[in-house]
Design a protein. Structure first.
Length: 148
């Protein structure tokens, strides 16, 4: 009886700690502490930007490539959400798949996003452009996560 109570008690403790969410400070230091890189988008007043294409938002990009599911879990594990493509690249799909908001902000690194406007899709953002990578079938491709 004592051993079954002990097993039950230990399983409760272990399952509770496994469900814990880490809420990092939403700062460059917080992002760096989870093996991420802080990315600040262009503001509307930057050269080559306007309010329709640049929003000055902050993102945390993982330094490790992962599939879509792992990217989703990584963002949630740090208390954030996988970035929405319209937040990362406002009006990017409407303007020739360009991403003025993040242009030259991530070096030559790519990032993965999720689109809420067309169900769940994967995207990659390069230093200069945005490429639509399709839907569910492409979720196994490996790119860094981008959290907002």
């Amino acid at each position: 009886m004592k051993s079954s109570f002990l097993i039950f008690f230990l399983s409760l403790i272990l399952s509770h700690s496994a469900m814990a969410v880490t809420n990092i400070p939403w700062t460059k230091e917080g992002c760096n502490s989870v093996n991420g890189t802080w990315v600040t988008a262009h503001s509307p007043t930057d050269s080559g930007c306007d309010a329709a294409h640049c929003n000055g938002r902050n993102f945390c990009r993982s330094n490790v490539s992962m599939n879509w599911w792992s990217a989703l879990i990584w963002c949630k594990s740090i208390g954030r959400e996988l970035a929405d493509i319209e937040t990362a690249c406002p009006n990017g799909l409407a303007s020739g798949r360009t991403c003025a908001n993040l242009k030259d902000r991530m070096g030559d690194q790519w990032a993965r996003n999720v689109s809420t406007s067309s169900a769940i899709s994967s995207f990659r953002i390069t230093a200069n452009s945005l490429y639509d990578r399709g839907g569910y079938e492409n979720r196994d491709w490996l790119y860094p996560a981008l959290c907002e």
